[in-house]
Design a protein. Structure first.
Length: 192
């Protein structure tokens, strides 16, 4: 029996298989993680470029009437690299660059999800006007355009690393509409 153990101790055949079995899971985890993060960075770059182009297209005269078509172009471009992605777009118009912030809080009396001129609001910047109206705005308005996409992971990493199975990316850009008409100042009721 001693002779058998001595022969096994000096015999190194099969050691590479055992070493590979120990290292392979870690190696695969690192490789899959690099691929998943690379995919995420690529999608972020494509999303940012598409949002920049869409924002430029929507700020020209008549672009505000085509925002659904412009948003569809962004979605179509991103679906070529993320087929199962879902999207949500937001546009807020401001009078000038100084007013850009989250839309001022308001009391949605009619529950339509947007501020109406007869609804009370909190004038956070002291301008006397409600800033952050949803939509493309009018001539010479500042528009903040955000597109958020949610997409499933491409590799089964979430179960190993406790990552979410759905990833969310967002891109925002801010541009001024062309001065194709007279810029209108938002008016409304301020309640104490």
């Amino acid at each position: 029996m001693t002779r058998l153990f001595r022969r096994l101790r000096i015999n190194d055949r099969g050691a590479a298989v055992i070493e590979f079995a120990i290292i392979a899971p870690v190696l695969l985890l690192i490789l899959f993680g690099i691929l998943e993060l690379g995919y995420r960075f690529y999608l972020q770059a494509v999303l940012q470029g598409a949002v920049q182009k869409a924002a430029r297209d929507s700020t020209i005269e008549g672009g505000g009437a085509n925002i659904d078509t412009i948003d569809s172009k962004v979605k179509d471009l991103l679906r070529t690299v993320a087929a199962n992605a879902t999207f949500k777009s937001e546009r807020y118009a401001f009078y000038d660059f100084n007013e850009i912030a989250p839309p001022e809080p308001f009391i949605d009396a009619n529950a339509n999800g947007q501020w109406d001129s007869d609804e009370c609001f909190e004038d956070t910047n002291g301008s006397g006007f409600w800033e952050g109206k949803p939509g493309q705005g009018g001539a010479d308005d500042i528009v903040q355009y955000t597109m958020t996409m949610t997409y499933p992971e491409i590799l089964p990493m979430s179960s190993f690393l406790h990552w979410p199975a759905l990833n969310k990316l967002s891109a925002t850009t801010t541009l001024r509409n062309q001065p194709f008409g007279t810029q209108a100042r938002a008016t409304g009721t301020i309640c104490p």
